[in-house]
Design a protein around this ligand. Sequence first.
Ligand SMILES: *Cc1c(COP(=O)(O)O)cnc(C)c1O
Length: 363
Amino acid sequence: MTQTRPMPQPGILDIAPYKAGEGHVAGANAITKLSSNENPHGPSPAAMEAVRAAAETLAVYPSSDHAALRTAIGEVWNLDPARIVCGAGSDEIISLLCQSYAGPGDEVLYTEHGFAMYPISAMAAGATPVQVRERHRTADVDALLEAVTERTAMVFIANPNNPTGTMLPPEELARLAAGLPGRVMLVLDGAYAEYVPGYDAGAALVDAHENVVMTRTFSKIYGLGGLRIGWGYAPAHVIEVLNRVRGPFNVSAAGLAAAEAAVRDTAYTERCRAANAEWRGFMQRELNALGLPTDESHANFVLPRFPGPEMAAAADQRLRAHGIIVRPVGGYGLPDFLRITIGDEVACRRVIAILDEFLKERA
Ligand SMILES: *Cc1c(COP(=O)(O)O)cnc(C)c1O
C-alpha cells in the first residue's frame, strides 16, 4: 500500500501522551495546585534575581558547555564537573539516555508504579518498556534482576519514587547495581533526592560502575519547574555520548543562571527541606487519623489510600470544588489513592479540613 502522508517511526503512535498535573478548575479563580510536586515556597530569591539579570542579555546564545552550572553543582555535591551533563529538565536527560542506549528490539525495565516518562521515552526511542512488579508499592530488586533478559538495555528507578514516595535503602540499590550485567544501564532518578538528608542519590554507585547514571532536577526542591533544568551524573563514556546527541543550546541562559544561583543557596534549600519534612509529618499523621493510610513518604508529597476508587474520585472532586487540585493516580495502577503535594501550612491545613468534612459526611 502506498502511504499518502509521512508516518512516524514504529511505536510512536502507541505512546499514551503524558498527562501533566492540572492547574485549573472551571469557575474557580484562587487555585491551590498540589498536583505536580512543585515547591510551594518558590525558588531561592537569588535564583529570581539571576533571571532578572539574564533579561538584559536575551539576544545572546547561552553557554553550550554549561561550565559554570556544572562547576557549581560539582562544588555543592562534591562531584566531578566533567561527568555532569545538563538538560531541559531531567526529562530531557531521560529521553537522551533512551535515544542513545535503547532501540527497536531492546527492553527497558521500569517498576509497577514508576514514573510515566520512562515508558514514554523508551517507546519514543523504538524500544519496548517492560513493567516489573513492586512489593508494597516499593521497587523490588529481586523482581528487577529476574526480569532481565538478553534484550534488556536499561533499568529505570526513581528513588524516592513518584508517585509512591517510597525508597530503596542504599544497600538495595547497591545490590541492584552489582547484580545487573555490565551492558545494562541502570538509571537512578533522584528527582526527590534533596528531600532525603544525607542521601547521595546514587552518586557513589555512578563512581563505582561503568553502567550507572544518576539524574537530578531543578524542578522540585529548587522551585524552578517553569525554567526546565535538570542534570545527569554519569561515567565519562556516557557523558561523551550525551554531549553528541543533545542540542548545543539545550538549556536557556536564564535557566543556567537561575540554577547556578539556586544550587549555591544551600541555606534556602535546607529551609525548604525542613519545612517539607515538618508539613509532610503533619499530613501523614492527620491523614492516618482520618483513617486514610499512607506509606512513609521520603519526598514532597503523600499518597493516602481511600476506601476504594469511588471514594478517591469523590474526594478529588470535593477538593477541586474548594479550588485544591491534587493528582489522581489511576494511570499509575493506584486507583484507590490520591497523590497530594506538600503545600505550605495553609494548604496542608485546608486539605485536612476538607477531607475531614468529606469523610464525616460519608460515614
Ligand atoms: C518531576 C520528576 C522528574 C523531572 O522532571 P523535570 O522537570 O523534567 O526535571 C523526573 N523524575 C521524576 C520521578 C519526577 O517526579
